[in-house]
Design a protein around this ligand. Structure first.
Ligand code: COA
Length: 207
């Protein structure tokens, strides 16, 4: 196995990437988690990847496409940060460090672009992905749901420039515990509102 990481070019088609997502995310479908990556069409993936950096991992020994990850650089007036998404590794290559190699490359890109931190997210119940994020220095910081998904997503953050709060795993753990408990009290995993959530939004809209 001789893994090379590069930015996607014309040698890799959107269709090949869609097939890689389907294979890689099958374990999530088997778990009953409907990750959007499992349902991309080539056209949709291309549209969603506009203005983002798409990395591909290739096994140089056989030329196979074995992994991918996407990074977006977000520039705001007061800070620059990066968002990482669409991480997928071909099933027979999982747990050989391909995901970590992809991360090293997007970390290098984010640092070279002056990013303060990187955010990423994954399903709370996607054990391998949650473990992968934690092993690679990401701290869970909050919770989120998407309207078309059926799971809670943990938002992870990895600080590239030291910060008194965000670089401290203890503070992040306390924050995550409070924020996730509050979030779950008003939002269900499929993004709909709980009874409490309906009440809150009812009174909020009346004001
Ligand atoms: C999550 C994923 C990208 C990890 O990529 P990878 O190349 O297999 O991971 P690496 O070899 O770089 O890192 C291995 C670490 O990841 C975690 N991990 C990976 N697979 C795991 C599994 N089946 N069970 C538990 N932990 C796992 C562990 O922390 C592991 O470290 P360890 O072997 O010392 O225990 C890959 O499993 C995958 O493509 N999963 C399906 C798609 C997905 O969930 N993508 C993430 C969505 S954000």
């Amino acid at each position: 196995m001789n893994i090379e990481i590069q930015q996607k070019d014309e040698h890799t088609s959107w269709e090949e990437l869609v097939n890689l997502f389907k294979e890689s995310f099958q374990e999530r479908l088997d778990q009953g988690l409907n990750f959007i990556c499992s349902f991309y069409t080539p056209e949709e993936l291309e549209r969603r990847s506009a203005n983002k950096i798409v990395l591909v991992a290739t096994d140089k020994d056989n030329g196979n496409l074995v992994g991918t990850a996407t990074i977006s650089i977000i520039r705001k007036p007061n800070k620059t940060w990066a968002y990482h998404s669409n991480l997928a590794v071909k099933p027979e290559y999982k747990r050989y460090g391909v995901g970590t190699k992809l991360m090293s490359e997007w970390m290098r890109i984010a640092e070279s672009q002056g990013c303060e931190y990187i955010k990423s997210d994954t399903a709370e119940l996607a054990a391998s992905s949650v473990s992968w994020h934690k092993k690679n220095g990401f701290y869970p910081v909050s919770l989120h749901t998407y309207w078309n998904a059926n799971y809670y997503s943990i938002i992870f953050r990895k600080q590239l420039k030291h910060h008194w709060f965000w670089s401290n795993p203890g503070w992040c753990a306390v924050r995550y515990s409070i924020v996730s408990t509050i979030y779950k009290s008003y939002r269900k995993s499929d993004n709909s509102l709980t009874t409490l959530g309906k009440l809150i939004f009812f009174f909020k809209n009346k004001r």
